[in-house]
Write a protein that binds this ligand. Structure first.
Ligand SMILES: NC(=O)c1ccc[n+]([C@@H]2O[C@H](COP(=O)([O-])OP(=O)(O)OC[C@H]3O[C@@H](n4cnc5c(N)ncnc54)[C@H](O)[C@@H]3O)[C@@H](O)[C@H]2O)c1
Length: 446
């Protein structure tokens, strides 16, 4: 019997309960972070529903279809309750969460007003920042240190101080997209990385200083941006060594979410694709940062991968060998966070006859991202309490939420949303000692 086929009864007995407070440290208190924090508080007060959050609204089928047993996910696995979450974070601006949320203008002033005292009480800690890595931002609320090692130690001190006030801690990067960095020698081992911290190696970005501090403190880390951050051998090693689960990269929200739904549908029906042109207008601070070519390159790489992996042109050369895939992100201030995305997809069917599909998604970026950030935090905390998951490093079962899923070395990522969803739910069944669902279903016809 393979590991996946075992019922995992032993694991079920040992997932530690979510007792006490869960401290959530958010790097970057911008649009996504403040929408998540304000949203959690609104839900806690009964002012709104946590729509878009699988951990809060989703169910999971246990057993056969005829068993009629589909509990809520949050009742099936021991997740931290929203009432037990305590937020803190860092930013390069001094604005408290109320001011930052007002600036981001995602949530309406009347919503923010109701939550004002709470949101004002969350004030950012000074950040680790260097403008070299995010050219468009000029922050003043930043830490000073003699080298990157010193800055990492300061973040570790922040974590330790916060940990005294809560029972468990998780960190999530909701900061800006950094310039494109490729893995280099300094990223290959913990030793090389630590030497690089001492010598201020330019290949170590601020996001990696936070991640290093988190993992060294045994704190799980999620990467919501397309930055390299934890997608390097040194961080994966640290994650395993300190039983601090990691996942990344880049919240899968609007256009890529749709791509990873539509592309599997074309492939399932053996329809060919000759071109996929995606363009966006976006006017928030994220859009402004992405207007800078080096940050755009990081985002572009993250967005481009999904189609190639889903279509597997090496297996289907007649259908997908020659796709022209283009992605544009245009900074357009009047739209703020209300991004508009257009996709033109040129497909072909029986005997090669061409067809077109147009998708026009008028979305709200941070409204889509906030529940993803919340779910990642809650699931990483669960992973940390699950003996079978806590020391494996990358939590590939969370790919469902990510545009450019991090995987073990040499393993191609699964981008198909429905495969990702099945993987996530089967992981939950597995750790709780329940049978996996394969959708074979022949036993209904015995
Ligand atoms: N909104 C979405 O739908 C979405 C989807 C996928 C990924 N993302 C990514 O999530 C991240 C956050 O997006 P957003 O819309 O909230 O952007 P935002 O610009 O509103 O917020 C980012 C915040 O991070 C802060 N920051 C930058 N560098 C920092 C550092 N080194 N330390 C601490 N704070 C730092 C900025 O000052 C800003 O307040 C971006 O990288 C974005 O690309 C967003």
């Amino acid at each position: 019997m393979s590991k996946e086929q075992q019922s995992g009864q032993a694991a079920a007995q040992s997932v530690a309960p979510a007792t006490g407070k869960l401290g959530v440290m958010v790097v970057g208190l911008g649009a996504v972070a403040t929408t998540m924090i304000a949203g959690v508080e609104a839900v806690r007060r009964g002012l709104a529903k946590p729509i878009g959050s699988l951990t809060q609204m989703g169910t999971i089928r246990i057993g056969k279809r005829t068993d009629s047993n589909s509990p809520l996910i949050k009742d099936f696995v021991p997740l931290a309750r929203l009432d037990d979450i305590v937020f803190t974070g860092w930013d390069i601006f001094e604005d408290n969460v109320y001011e930052s949320a007002a600036h981001a203008a995602v949530l309406k002033p009347e919503t923010l007003h109701k939550l004002k005292p709470y949101l004002e009480s969350i004030k950012p800690l000074p950040a680790v920042f260097d403008q070299h890595y995010v050219k468009r931002l000029h922050g003043t609320h930043v830490k000073k240190g003699k080298n990157k090692r010193d800055l990492a130690e300061q973040v570790r001190a922040d974590i330790r101080a916060f940990r005294k006030t809560v029972d468990r801690v998780v960190m999530i990067w909701a900061g800006s997209t950094e310039i494109f960095l490729e893995p280099s020698a300094v990223h290959q081992s913990i030793e090389a990385f630590e030497k690089g911290l001492e010598s201020d190696d330019p290949a170590i970005a601020p996001s990696q200083i936070y991640a290093y501090a988190a993992l060294t403190e045994g704190v799980p880390f999620a990467n919501g941006a397309p930055n390299l951050t934890v997608d390097i051998p040194a961080m994966v090693e640290l994650s395993k060594r300190h039983a601090a689960p990691v996942c990344g990269k880049d919240f899968k929200t609007g256009q890529t979410f749709m791509k990873t739904v539509l592309a599997p549908a074309f492939k399932a029906r053996m329809l060919g694709v000759s071109g996929w042109f995606s363009t966006n207008i976006l006017g928030n601070r994220d859009g402004e940062v992405l207007d800078e070519p080096q940050s755009f390159k990081t985002k572009e790489e993250s967005k481009l991968g999904s189609l190639e992996y889903i279509f597997q042109p090496e297996l289907y050369p007649d259908l997908y060998n020659d796709i022209y895939h283009k992605i544009r992100i245009n900074y357009y201030p009047p739209r703020g966070d209300e991004k508009e995305a257009w996709d033109n997809i040129d497909i072909f069917g029986w005997l090669g006859y061409p067809m077109q599909l147009k998708v026009n998604f008028l979305c709200r970026d941070s409204i889509l991202a906030a529940p993803i950030a919340l779910d990642l935090v809650l699931f990483l905390d669960l992973a940390k309490r699950t003996p079978e998951l806590k020391s494996i490093g990358i939590q590939e079962w969370l790919s469902f939420y990510l545009k450019s899923p991090q995987t073990a070395a040499g393993l191609y990522p699964e981008h198909d949303l429905f495969i990702q969803s099945m993987k996530l739910k089967n992981t939950l069944r597995h750790i709780m000692g329940q049978d996996l669902i394969t959708h074979l279903g022949l036993d209904y016809y015995d």
